[in-house]
Design a protein around this ligand. Structure first.
Ligand code: FAQ
Length: 366
């Protein structure tokens, strides 16, 4: 549940902190009244100085909602993103490849959990966000609505999907909301490893048979355009970018990051020996960037609205896992509650005191 009092308690908090700052002279506590516009000015100054906004700081309600929206969507993407690759764990071609893939998919679960924790600092619980995802009220990245038709796709996802995620997420390490930025630092380190394992997998296949090389090219052809769409709609069709940039939540626009990804990927494709399925892709000397064709934005919006090849399957699977895991969450909560009761201070005779502690330890050693 989002705490409806989150903002008012944050206001109180900042009022108290600010009051304390200038109030302790000579032990006299003065009360300082801070009105909404002063709080806004303080928030704007923090953003202007590129400092972090922390969960207990005052923030405009729209800022809080935007951060929760983006972080939730990001968390859901990590969790739903386990499915396309998880599909291949039992069929990976060797024990080594199975172990690598298992570790990678587990990492994505960890990323989801850091992100749900970041959202929780703003009063949005993991239960609430998951329920919204399952009800179709929150989004996750369009890329995970495409199927993984061959084991080769594990390599292509590592190279292109984790690669796009890194380009998008490295700037987010400096996003204005503290817990989100700090989560991103660790996530980016792990994503870099994921990208390399994907590229190494494809490199190995490119050194293999003609059939393996054809499989890599076919996989790259399927994932190239959906990977470009991960960066979101073009800037002039992106309703959130302007405000999110003003607030320092985003530090680059969707098109800037997409261009960066294209520029980075072309030489990697050349080294690998594959091409991208775009005849308009060529170096532009004047711009100092690669030109590329326009992605099919109708397809993008159709996938975002729930009509991609795997949307129903992904959400149904998530719902099944959530329902079937209910007893685990209940048991974990009951255990935590019992442990809290057990560890509460008590003066019962069983509790070792300084006098009896040595005897108890001796008895335990026997
Ligand atoms: N898919 O105004 P904008 C990963 C929505 S993690 C679906 O431009 P914004 C790791 C957008 O939400 C991948 N929906 O929005 C991994 C908005 O709708 P709303 C996830 C999309 O937020 C690898 C509407 O369109 N990464 O891959 C998409 O300013 C391998 C208008 O768009 C993140 O989430 C899309 N691609 O910019 C895991 C990174 N794009 O909410 C497993 C953090 C846009 O108003 C295996 N997020 N929409 O109803 C961001 O950087 C931003 O949220 C953007 C979108 C850039 C994605």
């Amino acid at each position: 549940m989002v705490d409806p009092n989150a903002q008012s308690s944050a206001v109180q908090n900042l009022k108290q902190r600010t009051a304390r700052k200038g109030a302790s002279k000579g032990g006299v506590v003065m009360t300082t009244q801070i009105n909404e516009s002063e709080l806004e000015a303080q928030f704007a100054a923090t953003i202007g100085a590129k400092d972090r906004i922390e969960p207990r700081d005052w923030m405009p309600e729209k800022y809080r909602k935007t951060v929760v929206r983006q972080v939730a969507q990001h968390a859901h993407s990590e969790i739903i993103g386990m499915q396309p690759e998880g599909n291949w764990i039992s069929r990976a071609p060797s024990l080594r490849r199975k172990a690598i893939l298992l570790a990678k998919v587990q990492d994505e679960a960890g990323h989801g959990l850091y992100l749900y924790s970041a959202a929780e600092t703003l009063g949005a619980s993991r239960d609430e966000l998951t329920e919204k995802l399952i009800a179709g009220k929150q989004k996750y990245s369009s890329i995970f609505n495409y199927p993984t038709l061959a084991y080769t796709d594990v390599g292509t996802i590592g190279w292109l999907v984790d690669g796009a995620a890194i380009v998008n997420q490295v700037p987010l390490c400096r996003t204005s909301f503290g817990p989100y930025g700090r989560a991103m630092i660790r996530v980016c380190k792990e994503e870099s490893f994921h990208q390399r394992q994907g590229y190494e997998l494809l490199m190995t296949m490119m050194r293999g048979t003609d059939e393996q090389r054809a499989s890599v090219q076919e996989s790259v052809n399927r994932f190239w355009w959906p990977a470009l769409m991960m960066f979101g709609p073009p800037d002039d069709d992106s309703p959130n970018t302007e405000q999110s940039m003003e607030w320092g939540i985003k530090t680059h626009t969707n098109d800037e990051l997409r261009q960066k990804f294209v520029d980075m990927s072309v030489p990697q494709a050349e080294a690998l020996g594959v091409t991208f399925p775009d005849e308009g892709l060529k170096w532009n000397e004047e711009r100092g960037h690669y030109d590329f064709s326009t992605p099919d934005w109708d397809e993008f919006w159709s996938v975002v609205k729930g009509n991609g090849p795997c949307n129903d399957q992904r959400v149904a699977h998530r719902k099944r896992a959530w329902d079937e895991g209910a007893w685990v969450r209940d048991a974990a909560l009951a255990f935590a509650e019992n442990s809290a009761v057990d560890s509460a201070p008590t003066d019962s005779p069983e509790t070792p005191t300084a006098d009896t502690a040595d005897t108890t330890a001796e008895e335990a050693a026997k």
